[in-house]
Write a protein that binds this ligand. Sequence first.
Ligand code: GLA
Length: 373
Amino acid sequence: MADSGRCFFASGRVNLLGAHIDYHGGCVLPVAVDRGIVVLARRRDDRRFRLASAQFPDVIAGELDALPDRAAAGWAAYPVGIFALLASEGRRLPGFDLVFAGDLPVGAGLSSSAALLVATATAVAALTDSEQSPIDAARLAFRAETGFVGVRCGIMDPFASALGRPGHALWLDCKDQSHDWLPLPVDRMAFVMLDSMTRRDLKQGGLNRRVEESLGALAVLQRELPGLTCLRDVAPEELDRRRDRLSPLQFQRARHVVTEVARVGRARELLRRGELLEFGQLMWASHLSSRHLYEVSTPRLDALQELALGHPACYGARLTGAGFGGCALAVVRPAAVEAFAEQVAAGFADRFGERPAVHALGFGQAPGEVHDA
Ligand code: GLA
């Protein structure tokens, strides 16, 4: 009988707070969500692969001994990146047929790429009977995205996908990779995704430019502060004192990072105490900083954030993910989700002539095999 394959799932994520600070060693607060990527996976024994996706028309096929480069792989650069990384570690893989599908919009800030990578890593480990912890999967995904796909992202997204836990945010220290799970007051907070209906492709470089600009600021500060390894360790006052050493753009980027690092620390305490109103204000401040200092927002994302804050049941809203389009996240009182969604969608449609997708998001789970119910 033909092998009909096995099915694996990995969650996407939203990030409650901590925009663009993971690659500066900061702490972040992502939550895995109940949307993600599934992969139907079958092992082959001829060291060939075939990769198909419900979201892209082209099937990418080839041999593990002659992997395509990132450009030739197209959308499949992510799974091919996993093969390439494992090969570079001396792993001899058998060959695979993988078919991807999912309910995460691509390029929308909900981490479809990390979910794709973590789902692939999970499937490959299972089909080759290899031991792989969730952290191993996250690290492999991170190295494939930075090393093969060429996006200079941080570790947040694959860790959030691999370590998601219902009812909790992941508290992740991106400097030393230590982490913990922060229980959330789930009966009082619902997550609503507000889609600006525009997409970006991080492979095209918006994120990489921000990484370069902000690392430029770090390089200047390192000349004065020996031993400094990342912007996360610069206090806001320390940065202000050195403002004249940086270009205006470098100062702006670094100022976002150091203030966002401080906001996340405070957010953790507020969430622990269930103080959602104050937490919501930090989301608002984070959005403004992402908009004006880091400049990763768009007029549509700003409109969604403002419309969200205009509803009395909304605690806070901010762009989530890299920005440059994609989604905003709102934290809302659960009983008011429908009325909130309707008001925001109508206001957005008035302004942009198009209704945004607005969905409540539940909690995701750790990656793994999907079994029949
Ligand atoms: C993208 C990157 C992450 C992170 C966010 C912004 O999702 O992949 O590493 O930098 O943007 O917070």
